[in-house]
Design a protein around this ligand. Sequence first.
Ligand code: AMP
Ligand code: FE
Ligand code: FE
Ligand code: ZN
Length: 279
Amino acid sequence: MGCIDLHIHTNASDGTDAPAEAVEKARTLGLEAIALTDHDTVSGVAEAVRAGEQLGVEVVPGIEVSSDYRDNNIHVLGYFIDPEADALRQVMDWIRVERIARNEYVVNKMADDGFDISMEELRRMYPDAVLGRPHMAEFLVKKGYVSSIREGFALYLGEGKKYYLPKRRISLARAVDTILASGGLAVLAHPLQYRYPLEEVVEMIEYARSLGVKALECYYSEHSPEDERWLLARAEEYGLGVSGGSDYHGTRKTHIAMGRGMGNLAIPRRVLDELKKLR
Ligand code: AMP
Ligand code: FE
Ligand code: FE
Ligand code: ZN
């Protein structure tokens, strides 16, 4: 039985592979299917689907939407979405505008404080990227203000630091609605990564289910065997489906390999077949 990976980022968001490269990599690894799940964008989907048709890899059109739940950034995966759907476009536009406003505010504030930084120079350095804090941090490294991206976050850009300004997010309810209105299946991404105590994870799962979330991401590269068992049990208990993926980001997260759930356990094809039945 072949294997799959339903959580993959490309350079359409914060991964490093071009969409077609990610599909090629999947084929090299012998994966039967992948889902492209870039943060808040579907701009890589068309290229990946085309590459998938050429290379014989099934590519599920997807997205990973950032949303707000109790002031936390909760991620919802949308699979089988129509990338052209109006509902999706509207939300993606709002998120893009919000990101640009945040970037400009932060960069101007740093410039006011004497940093040699400007939006123009950032855009010149990263003409194709969805600009964000990782780019700002790398820029500070190149200019010699900090010695690493990590230090850029630790001193300036990380939560609670002087140049941290949170982006406003759509609500979890709106994120799920948007995925449903775009013909997609909504899946709660990595439920154990939000640093909630388990009782609160259960509350989140129940609430997400009430909104129309149909499955939990149970297989995940950062899950321990206990995490995985716990989530599979919750999926069973709440009558939810099971999903799984690596959260591959190319060389931006070198500890995550494509095609792997926790440890060496690969995710079987039937996980995708079962998800299709929940649409
Ligand atoms: P943004 O969406 O522009 O706010 O940037 C978020 C990105 O910054 C995420 O993809 C994270 O991977 C990255 N990030 C957040 N905190 C840190 C940190 N402390 N060190 C390195 N990268 C971080
Ligand atoms: Fe990411
Ligand atoms: Fe995520
Ligand atoms: Zn992700």
